[in-house]
Design a binder for this molecule. Structure first.
Ligand code: PLP
Length: 425
């Protein structure tokens, strides 16, 4: 693979003679065919092409191709949100009566999805520490377990997952590993290279990077051998009656998982984003490596500065030598981590709230990964639905501040924090 800096520019859309240089927006719900046989070929999955934009669209397809190349996968599906990407990745393997094992250090919205919403549909989850040993992860597996899930760098706990340990445990149990790689992006970590089988993203974060479009993506590595475990993954190895008896592993080989996801779930649930969203995402992806390096460098500077401040109880950023995850960060994220840091204010919940109200450059946003520095108090916002027990499991303390360093000059971000500390002293 060429450098990721080149892949983000050139993978996907390649114009022919006299075609637009920039990726066109195919703003059309449907597509033209001149014979019945050609359309029949699409429905039989024997011909490639697009039939209806609920299922696929050329603009989206080019961006899917680009992101698959960035992650080193065989195919991808864009979705309307990161939540939808996670949901699709799980529902493609789990039905009512099934179970999954997940790292406890994951995004709060994913905790909700896995522990409440999916439970209503008969899918159970067991959570393990992101630092769990291979044996501990394996011990959480049940006869009905269908997958293992984790987040490379957890939002907002910033715990770094030991991807290799999770992959080893999953594979020893005949299960695939799904990794949410939203925070590092494939610029800093490609989980497939460490054994992950499926990668999901909230593209709303760094991939978009400008706080403009909500979206997600599921990437299939093509590496998991579904046919080796036919009892677990019947839907992949037995004929799909909803699609003319297609057998995904037999007919699509390494692209079995991603093809099944599109044929069944994208078709039935309607999760394909609008073409214009994919166009905007493509534009943002072209600058992703440049942007995330700056975000990460800013975060490192701000974290080191905060660590020296008397107002602060602790700073959490895996790039700091003091971080318990520094060793894992050096292994999995040697070139950068992300722009998000978290810190705990002395004085707890009240001081954290005062600090947020005193910042001028950094704005309070229910978001991270914006080009503009933004800040949030998780215990009273994104994580307010979690019990104290779940908060602790996610690594969220009442006085914790989530601080997402933007693309501004690091000195200006630090000056803003300095004036806010002075204002609340
Ligand atoms: N995964 C992570 C790590 C996230 O931070 C988020 C949102 O913050 C999501 C998934 C959900 O993505 P979206 O908000 O695009 O649905």
């Amino acid at each position: 693979m060429s450098s990721i800096d080149t892949t983000v520019i050139h993978a996907g859309y390649k114009p022919g003679n006299s075609e637009p240089r920039a990726l066109p927006i195919y703003q059309s719900t449907t597509f033209h065919y001149s014979s019945v046989d050609e359309v029949a070929g699409l429905f039989d999955l024997s011909a490639e092409g697009h039939m209806y934009s609920r299922i696929s669209n050329p603009t989206c397809a080019y961006v899917e191709e680009k992101i698959a190349a960035m992650e080193g996968g065989v195919g991808a599906i864009l979705t309307t949100s990161g939540q939808m990407a996670t949901l699709i990745s799980v529902l493609n393997l789990c039905s009512a009566g099934d179970h999954l094992v997940s790292s406890a250090a994951i995004y709060g919205g994913t905790v909700n999805l896995l522990s409440f919403t999916l439970k209503r549909f008969g899918i159970d989850a067991t959570f393990v520490s992101p630092r769990a040993s291979v044996d501990e992860i394996r011990a959480a597996v049940q006869p009905n377990t269908k997958l293992v899930f984790g987040e490379t760098v957890a939002n907002p706990a910033l715990a770094v997952l030991d991807i290799e340990a999770f992959a080893t445990a999953a594979h020893a149990e005949g299960l695939p590993l799904i990794i949410d790689n939203t925070f590092p992006t494939p610029v800093f970590c490609r989980p497939i290279e460490w054994g992950a089988d499926i990668v999901v993203h909230s593209t709303t974060k760094y991939m978009d990077g400008h706080a403009t479009f909500v979206g997600g993506v599921v990437v299939d590595s093509g590496n998991f051998d579904w046919a080796a475990h036919p009892d677990k993954f019947r839907d992949l190895v037995e004929p799909d009656e909803s699609y003319h008896g297609v057998v995904y592993t037999r007919d699509f080989g390494r692209a079995a998982y991603i093809t099944k996801a599109r044929c069944q779930l994208v078709r039935d649930l309607g999760v394909c984003p609008p073409a214009v969203h994919a166009f905007a995402l493509n534009q943002s992806l072209e600058s992703l490596p440049l942007r995330v390096r700056r975000h990460s460098q800013n975060a490192q500077r701000v974290a080191e500065w905060l660590e020296q401040r008397p107002e602060i109880e602790s700073v959490n950023y895996p790039g700091l030598a003091s971080s318990p995850d520094h060793d894992l960060a050096q292994k999995y994220l040697p070139d950068g981590i992300c722009g998000v840091i978290s810190f705990v204010m002395k004085g707890g919940r009240d001081q954290a709230a005062k600090l947020l109200d005193s910042l001028k450059l950094a704005s309070i946003e229910v978001h991270v990964a914006d080009s503009r520095t933004c800040v949030l108090h998780p215990a009273s916002s994104t994580h307010r639905q979690l019990t104290d027990e779940q908060l602790v499991a996610c690594g969220v303390e009442p006085g914790m501040v989530r601080f997402s360093c933007g693309l501004e000059e690091a000195d200006d971000i630090i000056a803003d924090l300095e004036q806010a500390f002075a204002a609340i002293a």
